[in-house]
Design a binder for this molecule. Structure first.
Ligand code: FES
Length: 176
């Protein structure tokens, strides 16, 4: 079973707040990703059964949005926007720097499972390009010194055994 009973109960509590069952697909995909780190094919099947919707209704949403990881990612998932606003502000240089530093290319994960580097579509914060999303947090107006500082900080924490999910509301005791 890919999805916990606890998560299903949470979705059941949300049901009255949503106009249709279909409207629960995105919240449930988010919850599944938060719980398991990704949205696998098995998870999609389980969501379809749980929500009593055709599998295609789940798959079409999960595959449309790049924010849903269809395969396992590292503990720290760097997602750098490469669309025009960010590209004009130097995202290509940032990507090159990250590839050098992590010794992987965009679209790959490190063999130790610590890092994944992804090039993603517009993150919707073009006014403060270039934008980097790390797990569930945004970093805006990123330049090389800031990037180095961030990467060093994540590296230190991961190497010290801390768990990083992102968004302090999800894990407030670990990341103040
Ligand atoms: S172009 Fe990068 S956030 Fe929109």
């Amino acid at each position: 079973m890919a999805i916990s009973q606890q998560l299903k109960e949470k979705i059941d509590r949300l049901r009255p707040n949503f106009p249709t069952t279909q409207a629960l697909v995105i919240p449930m995909l988010h919850e599944v990703q938060h719980e398991t780190g990704m949205v696998s094919e098995d998870s999609m099947r389980e969501i379809a059964v749980f929500l009593q919707l055709p599998l295609m209704k789940i798959r079409e949403v999960a595959t449309f949005y790049t924010m849903f990881n269809k395969k396992a990612v590292g503990q720290v998932h760097y997602q750098l926007c490469s669309n025009i606003g960010c590209w004009l502000n130097g995202s290509d240089k940032l990507m090159h720097h990250m590839e050098q530093r992590l010794k992987i290319n965009a679209g790959q994960s490190s063999t130790d499972g610590k890092y994944t580097l992804s090039e993603v579509e517009c993150l919707g914060a073009c006014g403060s390009a270039p934008v980097l999303q790390v797990n569930e947090d945004y970093y805006e107006n990123v330049d090389l010194p800031m990037l180095d500082e961030l990467m060093q900080s994540f590296s230190s924490k991961i190497n010290a055994g801390e768990k990083y999910i992102g968004r302090e509301t999800y894990n407030p005791e670990v990341w103040p």
